[in-house]
Design a binder for this molecule. Structure first.
Ligand SMILES: NC(=O)c1ccc[n+]([C@@H]2O[C@H](COP(=O)([O-])OP(=O)(O)OC[C@H]3O[C@@H](n4cnc5c(N)ncnc54)[C@H](O)[C@@H]3O)[C@@H](O)[C@H]2O)c1
Length: 338
């Protein structure tokens, strides 16, 4: 792994502020998690494979971008991960790096290496520094639930990705029971808004980008989704990582539950003249979950209302498309949601 100090190069702790390592920091949730931490003046080290930096400017202002220390690294490399924790005197880890549903489907073994072994590496690296670190906060997913909406063995997840996420939750529970490593897993459903551009539930966001450019778009799946705006999801992860916590728990994120037909109508209202159609494919996910335990954990919800967040996102995409920072889909396509 290679460390890259974007800021003044001081990689030691100090100042009393906490120093967060975020894996998968360049992803949709990662950039907004960094935003929430930087807004609170914490230090942030961004670990990612390093290829795609296009989401940074969507969440961070110029000053904030200079305050991020970037590390190009791979969570499948335990020794490298440990070197980063030590070199940067990391006090807290937020683990978001993963391959999403379509990528795991394409390459199940790589999916297991990143999503299962990678998460084991993160747990292990934290265990080896036990005592000195805050609880590990990691991204699970509602994909852990089977079609009946339970975690029972007989109610198996609808995707291999969900099977791997279930393994992560089990591993985190054992790491607390066996080694005392505290962790909090969060399960998002459908994250949308600036930065969301890949994964099975990214189609509503692509529809917002298309609508911002007044191009038609077809969301291939219907049913209902539970929405979490990217900025709100980042805030949820950051706020969770700031908790003083001992134990191992997993929480469904709360958020408004919306029929995809209604979501399409919201997008059209936000972009008069735009056309968003909805197909009848069925997502391999439960339609909604109960986020009460997460709201209680934080002492209140950080999720914004659907219509307002959709309208904000469309306005933001209008600006980003105009400035060439986000590209609208060339034609209405169903492939984006695969
Ligand atoms: N976006 C959603 O709606 C959603 C829903 C449920 C769960 N999640 C989970 O939340 C987390 C973040 O999701 P996101 O939407 O930001 O994903 P994303 O695909 O936008 O970002 C993932 C990031 O992880 C990085 N990454 C992949 N493999 C890596 C590796 N081996 N080492 C280091 N970095 C690696 C990628 O380069 C990317 O920047 C993931 O764990 C995902 O499974 C997301």
């Amino acid at each position: 792994m290679t460390a890259e100090a974007n800021h003044d190069g001081d990689s030691g702790g100090g100042g009393g502020a906490r120093r967060f390592l975020i894996t998968g920091a360049l992803g949709a949730i990662g950039v907004w998690t960094m935003r929430s931490l930087l807004d609170r003046d914490h230090d942030v080290v961004a670990l990612d494979l390093g290829g795609a930096r296009h989401r940074l400017a969507l969440a961070l202002d110029d000053d904030q971008q200079t305050r991020v220390t970037h590390v190009q690294g791979d969570i499948t490399d335990l020794a490298g991960l440990e070197r980063v924790l030590d070199a940067h005197a990391i006090t807290d880890v937020i683990h978001l790096a993963a391959l999403q549903v379509p990528f795991v489907r394409e390459d199940p073994v790589l999916g297991a290496q990143v999503n299962v072994v990678g998460t084991a590496n993160v747990l292990e690296a934290v265990r080896r520094r036990a005592g000195g670190m805050g609880p590990l906060v990691y991204a699970s997913s509602v994909a852990v639930y089977g079609p009946a909406g339970t975690l029972a063995a007989a109610d198996a997840p609808g995707t291999l990705y969900g099977v791997y996420k279930r393994a992560n939750e089990g591993a985190a529970a054992r790491y607390f029971a066996d080694y005392g490593v505290s962790s909090i897993g969060l399960r998002p459903h459908t994250v949308f808004g600036p930065g969301r551009d890949q994964g099975v539930t990214s189609a509503p966001t692509i529809a917002m980008v298309a609508a911002a450019a007044r191009r038609p778009f077809h969301i291939p799946f219907g049913g209902r989704v539970q929405l979490q705006h990217t900025a709100d999801a980042g805030e949820a992860f950051a706020r969770t990582a700031l908790l003083d916590y001992e134990g191992a728990s997993v929480h469904d994120l709360d958020g408004p539950v919306v029929a995809v037909d209604d979501l399409a109508a919201m997008i059209e209202r936000a972009a008069p003249g735009a056309r968003v159609t909805v197909g009848d494919a069925v997502l391999p996910l439960v339609e909604s979950v109960d986020g009460t335990s997460f709201v209680e954990l934080l002492g209140g919800s950080v999720m914004g209302p659907a219509e307002a967040r959709v309208a904000e996102s469309v306005r933001r995409f209008e600006d980003l498309v105009r400035r060439g920072l986000v590209q609208p889909p060339a034609v209405a396509t169903e492939a984006a949601a695969d």
